[in-house]
Design a protein around this ligand. Sequence first.
Ligand SMILES: O=C(O)CCC(=O)C(=O)O
Ligand SMILES: [Fe+2]
Length: 378
Amino acid sequence: MAISYPIPKWDRPAPTSADLNWADLTELPLDLFDAPEGKLELVRRVKHALEVEDLGFWSVTNTGFSEEEIEHQFAIGQAFYNLPLEERKSNSIDAKNGGYLGYRAAYERTTNGTDVLDNMELLNVPKYTKDFANTPRHEIIKAHEAEISDFHRRCWYDVARKLFILFALALELPENYFVDRHDYEKVSQDHLRYMMYHPRSEEDDAKYNNLWSWAHTDYGSLTLLFSQTVSGLQMKFADGTYRDIKPKKGSIVVNVADTLSFMTKGYLRSTIHRVTRPPPDQAHIHRIGVLYGCRPNDDVPVVVAPSPLLERLGYLTPEDKVADEKNAVTAGEYVAARVRAVHGANTYGKAPGTKFKHGNLEVLENFGEVKNGSGVSI
Ligand SMILES: O=C(O)CCC(=O)C(=O)O
Ligand SMILES: [Fe+2]
């Protein structure tokens, strides 16, 4: 007999009363997308963040997801993390071979240079397309397939797709330039993620400079992070300071990741961010997150887009203009290599300044500052 998996209501934790150094993100109200002048306004806002604020982060609102639908996703995450560990542990990611779809447990790796254990647990749910029809999924995910698959597809269709179009317009490329390279129906490592950070003792957190996730950029093309009230997520501004992302009910914090940055010579910024121990009034909370990670289709060559804007701005070298698609690293290869390097290792953590290189593509793994003599790498 099939087991039923009830989804008890999720109570959104109260926001912190701490006076943090809040980031002000440019807002993209996506209901403007369907009117011609609205779309242009959104393109203007996309460019404002990139060119004036020097950031690849936006706060996306009016996406069509109701508050109830979003809270239901957090509730699914909560129900999953309330299952016995033995049940959660099936369908593990195969990080040693570059796989990132499935489950990864917490407390299995030490963090760089310390005896503190990694406190983050995740479940990456693949797309609901024919290519993933036989991919094993947890029973609770199968039991709620109708609403999860609908949410999954709408993250791509109603949010990511529109942003890809705005990016193409900003870069003066054909409107579908990025959409065609991220087709939902084709194979890619896109995933809907339910994640959980387990609180750590003050003493352990202090050993790792209060970091739950070191300063990094994301691997794929775009990350859609459903706003939550437990603080800790910080992004790095051009002046070198980190500021806290402000919770905003119903909004999605979106950031550009590495492959889109490579395709646009850094015009679309893969913005550095990190997760810190939450402020004292929230540090005891099990921090549940829901995000959608977009990657280009696996077979997409990571080459520079022929953008008239980039040409005018002087971003393009002569080699960029004769993109060798046949010999280029593909997005699937890049993401798998990054996953292998970061998550295939037995410790979570590389020293700040450690470079990751795959073919011609290079990025820092850890953007933390190297503190001379502190003995701890952040
Ligand atoms: O948990 C968060 O708020 C951010 C997570 C994140 O940066 C990531 O998983 O790449
Ligand atoms: Fe991230």
